[in-house]
Design a binder for this molecule. Structure first.
Ligand SMILES: [Zn+2]
Length: 210
């Protein structure tokens, strides 16, 4: 198994490459930027891209998705409730003072319970709105791992002051969809270091100080 997470772009979004060397296949999660680097790494490893999974439509997570699709032919999957954010790409780019990336609608919506990923390393989509209305997490149960996007961070949670954000909803999503996972589940957030469900359950101030 190949599991590599590398921060990309000015906001250092954690882009994750998960590959199965035997099957020669890979998925990429949140290719926000630095697509040539991601593409070169897959080419070096001899992996064919099967899916581009996007946890939510903020520019730092989705900005490179179309470029990667054009290079590989892989479909883009993204929850349809974030379509309004995709249409606001120019505004999102203006917030950061970066050029507007070309984006496109998803090939399919990432809906709750959907099975995605690789045959040997499958994931289930957990619909976790709050940071945005289309935010999802990806639970790779056999790997005891969850890709959390900007919903849950080590010691923090995603901001809810941008369009589509809702602070009560994000807490509800975390408590009902993530905190029900086993303590040992590794959490790979959309920014910053990895953590575990157990560590966040015990010490995340946004979850314990309510
Ligand atoms: Zn975000």
């Amino acid at each position: 198994m190949i599991l590599e997470t590398f921060p990309v772009g000015p906001l250092q979004c954690n882009c994750t490459l998960l590959g199965d060397e035997e099957a020669g296949e890979a998925i990429v999660i949140d290719p926000g930027d630095e697509v040539s680097r991601i593409y070169r790494r897959m080419a070096d490893l001899g992996l064919k891209l099967k899916q581009i999974l996007v946890t939510h439509a903020h520019i730092d997570h989705v900005g490179g998705a179309l470029k990667l699709k054009r290079l590989t032919g892989a479909p883009i999957l993204l929850n349809e409730n974030d379509l309004p954010l995709l249409k606001m790409m120019e505004q999102q780019a203006a917030w950061l003072g970066v050029p507007t990336p070309e984006v496109t609608g998803p090939d399919a919506s990432l809906v709750d319970g959907m099975k995605v990923g690789l045959d040997r390393y499958p994931a289930r989509v957990l619909y976790t709105p709050g940071h945005t209305q289309g935010s999802v997490c990806l639970h790779f149960e056999p790997l005891k791992m969850v890709i959390a996007g900007d919903t849950l961070f080590a010691g923090s949670i995603g901001r809810t002051d941008l369009p589509g954000g809702n602070s009560r909803q994000i807490i509800h999503s975390i408590e009902t969809r993530l905190m029900v996972l086993p303590d040992a589940t590794r959490v790979l957030p959309g920014h910053g270091p990895a953590t575990t469900i157990g560590a966040e359950r015990n010490s995340n101030p946004f979850l314990t100080l309510r």
